[in-house]
Design a protein around this ligand. Structure first.
Ligand SMILES: [Zn+2]
Ligand SMILES: [Zn+2]
Length: 366
C-alpha cells in the first residue's frame, strides 16, 4: 500500500514528506494506522548526525495508533485495538529479558542498529529502493508495520496525542523515578531540565509522593509548568551554582537527582546536589563519545551511586499499559506536556520547534 511518511535521506537535511510503499505485515507483525507521534530528542540526534542511522530511514519512535491488519500467527481480534508502539519489543529469551530488563532486550537493540525488521528485511521502500525502519517503529508516517509484540494494547478512550508519549518520553521520565531509582514517599529529589522527560519525572515524583521536588531549568515558562505539575521548588541556574541552590533547600543534598538533558556539565551539577550515599540518575542522551567528570572520592568514600536510565528501566509490555490506565483514570496528567500539535506535512517545522528547546512535547498528527 501507499502511505505518507517523512523520509530522512541525509543527516543535517530536511526530512522529505513523500509517498512511500509499505508491504503488508508478515508473520508475527501488525499493520498500525498511526494517529499521533511525539518528537523525541533522540530523533533529533539522528537528524543532526550525532547518532548514525541507516539511510534512507523513516524516523519517529513515539507513536500511537490502531491495529488495521495482522500477519500470520497474530490473533485477528487485534484489529481495531488501540496501541502504543515500543522500540523495545522484548524477545523474552535474551539474558536481559530474563533479568526483567526488557528495555535493554538484545534482540531489539539489534533492530535499532540495523534499521531492519526481525527477518532481516524492511516493509518500507520508495521507487524500489529499501527504506529503513527506526527501532521497529518509524512513526513519522500515516502507517507502520511493526512486530506484533511491539504494538502494546492500551485501553480505549485516551487521546493518541497523549498516549503516544508513553512510547518513550513519559515512560522514561516517570519510571526513572518510580522504577530505576525506586524513589520512596518522602524522599527528596532534584530534576535538572524540564523538557518532556524532565516534566515526566516531575509527574513520577508526584505519583510516589516525593518531597521536596526541586526542578532546575533556565526557562521561566518551563519552571512554571513544572510547578503546576507537582514540583515544589523551581530554580533558575543563572541565579548561582544549582547544586548550592538545591543544598540551600535540602541541607546536605537531595536523596536522588535526575539529569534529563544530556549535558555533562548538568550531569556534574546533579551529582554535586546529592547527599552522601545518594543516587544520581542520568537520563538525558548526549552525542556518542561525550564524557563527564565526577569526584571518585565521593563515589568510594560516600557510596554515591550513578545510574544510567534507558526508558526508566521499564518493561514496556507491562508498564506502558499500566501508565495508560493511570492516564485514563486522571492520575497521570499528560495534556500540559503537549505544547504543539502539527500535521505530518509540517514535520520540519515540528523538528525545529523541538530543537529550540522551548517547547514541551511536539506531537505530529498524520
Ligand atoms: Zn525517545
Ligand atoms: Zn530480549
Amino acid at each position: 500500500m501507499k502511505i505518507r511518511a517523512a523520509v530522512m535521506t541525509a543527516a543535517k537535511a530536511p526530512l522529505e514528506v513523500a509517498d512511500v510503499e509499505l508491504d503488508p505485515p508478515r508473520r508475527d507483525e501488525v499493520l498500525v494506522r498511526i494517529e499521533a507521534s511525539g518528537i523525541c530528542r533522540s530523533d533529533l540526534s539522528y537528524i543532526d548526525g550525532k547518532w548514525p542511522a541507516p539511510l534512507p530511514i523513516v524516523l519517529g519512535h513515539e507513536g500511537a495508533g490502531v491495529v488495521e491488519a495482522v500477519g500470520e500467527g497474530v490473533d485477528p481480534r487485534r484489529v481495531g485495538e488501540p496501541v502504543v508502539l515500543t522500540f523495545s519489543p522484548a524477545c523474552g529469551q535474551c539474558r536481559l529479558c530474563l533479568e526483567g530488563r526488557a528495555n535493554l532486550c538484545l534482540d531489539a537493540a539489534h533492530g535499532l542498529d540495523s534499521g531492519l525488521l526481525r527477518d532481516g528485511t524492511t516493509r518500507l521502500s520508495r521507487g524500489g529502493e529499501r527504506v529503513h525502519h527506526l527501532a521497529y517503529v518509524s512513526s513519522f508516517a500515516s502507517h507502520a508495520v511493526v512486530p506484533a509484540n511491539g504494538a502494546l494494547p492500551i485501553p480505549a478512550g485516551i487521546d493518541p496525542a497523549l498516549s503516544c508519549l508513553l512510547g518513550c518520553g513519559v515512560t522514561t521520565g516517570v519510571m526513572s523515578v518510580t522504577r530505576r531509582a525506586n524513589v520512596r514517599p518522602g524522599e527528596s529529589v532534584a530534576i535538572f531540565a524540564c523538557g518532556g522527560v524532565g516534566l515526566s519525572a516531575v509527574l513520577g515524583a508526584r505519583l510516589v509522593s516525593a518531597y521536596p521536588v526541586i526542578v532546575v531549568d533556565p526557562l521561566a515558562e518551563k519552571r512554571e509548568l513544572a510547578l503546576t505539575l507537582g514540583a515544589t521548588h523551581a530554580l533558575d541556574p543563572s541565579d548561582g551554582d544549582p547544586a548550592e541552590q538545591v543544598r540551600a533547600i535540602v541541607p546536605g543534598g537531595v536523596d536522588v537527582a535526575f539529569e534529563a538533558l544530556g549535558r555533562p556539565e548538568v550531569a556534574e551539577q546533579a551529582f554535586r546536589s546529592v547527599r552522601d550515599g545518594g543516587v544520581t540518575v542520568l537520563i538525558g542522551q548526549p552525542p556518542m563519545g561525550v564524557k563527564a567528570g565526577f569526584d571518585v572520592y565521593d563515589l568510594t568514600q560516600f557510596e554515591h551511586t550513578i545510574l544510567g536510565s534507558n526508558l526508566g528501566g521499564a518493561v514496556p509490555a507491562l508498564h506502558v499499559p499500566q501508565l495508560a490506565r493511570l492516564v485514563l483514570a486522571d492520575r497521570l496528567e499528560l495534556a500540559p506536556l503537549v505544547t504543539h500539535r502539527l500535521p505530518l506535512a509540517a514535520i520540519n517545522e515540528a523538528v525545529a520547534i523541538t530543537a529550540s528547546g522551548e517547547a514541551g512535547r511536539v506531537v505530529v498528527i498524520p
